[in-house]
Design a protein. Structure first.
Length: 195
């Protein structure tokens, strides 16, 4: 991994993950779709989450003048986020797809795969973060793939990818998610040590 990517903090996490190899002729179309900021059912939750963050200071301002209106706006926002999360769940068929343990950072992700992936190949990588149910879409480059001899016959390959293209708002969501998970893990460790 490049030095820049190593600067990101990594956590062990459990996410829903789906990927497919991209053909050269598909990359520009997917990249254009990502750059256009057009929402689809999978990226709706991440777009809504970014908008919620942008609105937070406005709602706080409204709350001082009209607490009822602020509560109403927050309820509408919450309803929209729930619909977006439902879209993500449907797109990834989360009821049928098991989660995966990964090593996650804002620069890339390492995961176990069923088949070997050629180094330098590009993937369309879709991840769902829990519990927020935010869908993150990336174009990722395989930087490492190694067969592991640890008895995991379902996913024998250890793959590491770095995000080649990731919307900046999605990177911010990843950073927030990682910080939240890190805080949660530290809290759990402290609780264990206290017992």
């Amino acid at each position: 991994m490049s030095d820049e990517r190593r600067e990101y903090f990594r956590i062990a996490d459990e996410i829903a993950l789906d990927y497919r190899l991209l053909k050269d002729e598909e990359v520009d179309g997917l990249l254009e779709r990502m750059r256009s900021r057009l929402m689809d059912r999978f990226t709706a939750a991440s777009s809504f989450a970014a908008t919620t963050r942008q609105m937070a200071h406005l709602i706080h301002k409204v709350q001082t003048e009209s607490p009822e209106l602020a509560r109403c706006l927050q309820a509408i926002d919450q309803k929209l986020n729930m619909i977006a999360q439902l879209f993500v769940s449907e797109q990834m068929a989360l009821d049928d797809q098991p989660t995966r343990e990964v090593s996650l950072s804002a620069g890339g992700v390492a995961f176990r795969a069923q088949h070997e992936l050629r180094t330098d190949s590009l993937l369309e990588l879709r991840m769902v973060l829990f519990p927020s149910m935010i869908g993150i879409l990336t174009i990722s480059r395989v930087i490492h793939c190694e067969r592991m001899d640890d008895g995991n016959s379902q996913f024998p390959w250890q793959v590491a990818v770095e995000y080649e293209h990731l919307r900046e708002t999605d990177r911010e969501l990843l950073v927030r998610h990682i910080m939240s998970k890190e805080t949660e893990q530290l809290r759990a460790q402290r609780s264990e040590n206290d017992n």
